[in-house]
Each structure stands twice: as structure tokens, then as C-alpha cells.
Design a protein around this ligand. Structure first.
Ligand code: 5GP
Length: 202
């Protein structure tokens, strides 16, 4: 059985990545979404074990110390991390896995798993991003200011990713991410065995 493909998707908050991701996951049951662990408090409507595993700082640290995290990072004063085992289990079972993570963690996964395919979702502009965060009405203004500053820093790192997609129009962005994910399956870095196999048939 072929191993699944590992996708890293990063996007500043307010870029609409959650909506894009839910569309992608709805359309393809072979894709597994890696549920991250975090020390931040749940937002209204978020469910433990579905959106995130909400952990205390102590429990999060314990997981790091026992090697249970594939990667982790501190973001806006909270810790976020990817539990390692479920990712490898799904990939080994032939499922594709999406990690929706910020840039520091993404960089760690890119070096640890060079076969991972990375996609950065951009907002049309920083102004649009701030307007979206304000209208979402889930965070106080000082948190929004901090997230916009963080977004600017993250967008500067978009060039480290394999692909970039702008979310100006939701349907177009979903379709572009799907195309990119499909095209990525043909990247040479994911097809060394295929090339070797053809040569062996000589
Ligand atoms: P939010 O608090 O808005 O849900 O997420 C804040 C940031 O944390 C987002 O950029 C999101 O992609 C990132 N994030 C979510 N889960 C993880 C994770 O497991 N690891 C890392 N490094 N970042 C994560």
C-alpha cells in the first residue's frame, strides 16, 4: 500500500483557512485532519477532541518531554502542537494527512519530513485580514492587533512553502487548494520509487 501524503497548511488567522479546510475534508474522506493540542482556552462553538485537544500547560509539557509531539510552537502566548502517533498511523495506513499549523511548527515538519507538501494561504491584503478578524468578533482588539502583526511576520515566510494560494473568493481558493494537492502527488520528491520501478523493468 502506498503511504499517504503529508500536507502542511499555514495561514494567518482570519485568512479563512478553517472554512477552506472543512470544504476539502468534506469532499475527500481519504484525508485525515490532524487534531492539534493547545493550551489556549476553547472559543465558543469549539469542541474538545474535534477542533483541538485542549490541554493544561503541564499536560502539554509532559507530551513534549515524552516525545509525543511531532512539532510544537508558542503562538500569541499559547502552546500548539501536533500529536505524533496519529499522524504516522494514518500515513502508514495510506491516508493523506493535513496539518494546519503556524510557520515555526511548519518549518520543523519541513525539515523532519522533507516529503511533506506545504501550502500557504494568503489574505488578499493585511487590511482585509484585520477587517475579517474584527467582524469575526471572537477576540478583543488588543489580541486582533497582535494577530495582525503576527500575520505580517508569517506572510514574510510564505516563500518557504511549496505553494501559495490567495483566499479572495472562497470557492476559487478551495478549488485552487484542491488542484495543488492533486498536483503535489506528481512531485518528483514523492515519486522516487515510481521512477526506480520503471528503471528496474528495463
Ligand atoms: P487559533 O488560536 O486561531 O486556532 O490558532 C492560532 C495558530 O496556531 C494558527 O496559525 C494555527 O495554524 C496554529 N496551530 C494550530 N494547531 C497547531 C499545531 O499543532 N502546531 C502549530 N505549530 N501551530 C498550530
Amino acid at each position: 500500500m502506498n503511504r499517504g501524503t503529508l500536507y502542511i497548511i499555514s495561514a494567518p488567522s482570519g485568512t479563512g483557512k478553517s472554512t477552506i479546510l472543512s470544504e476539502i475534508l468534506r469532499a475527500d474522506p481519504n484525508i485525515h485532519f490532524s487534531v492539534s493540542a493547545t493550551t489556549r482556552a476553547p472559543r465558543e462553538g469549539e469542541t474538545d477532541g474535534v477542533d483541538y485537544c485542549f490541554l493544561s500547560k503541564e499536560r502539554f509539557k509532559e507530551l513534549i518531554d515524552t516525545g509525543g509531539m511531532l512539532e510544537y510552537a508558542e503562538f500569541c502566548g499559547n502552546f500548539y502542537g501536533t500529536p505524533r502517533q496519529p499522524v504516522y498511523d494514518k500515513l502508514n495506513a495510506g491516508k493523506d494527512v493535513i496539518l494546519e499549523i503556524e510557520t515555526v511548527g511548519a518549518k520543523k515538519v519541513m525539515s523532519a519530513c522533507p516529503e511533506a507538501v506545504s501550502i500557504f494561504i494568503l489574505p488578499p491584503s493585511l487590511k482585509t485580514l484585520k477587517d475579517r478578524l474584527v467582524s469575526r468578533n471572537t477576540d478583543p482588539i488588543e489580541v486582533i492587533e497582535r494577530r495582525v502583526a503576527e500575520a505580517e511576520r508569517e506572510i514574510n515566510l510564505a516563500q518557504n512553502y511549496d505553494y501559495v494560494v490567495v483566499n479572495d473568493d472562497l470557492d476559487a481558493a478551495v478549488s485552487e487548494v484542491k488542484s495543488v494537492m492533486k498536483a503535489a502527488k506528481k512531485m518528483t520528491k514523492l515519486n522516487h520509487d515510481l521512477i526506480k520501478g520503471v528503471l528496474e523493468k528495463c
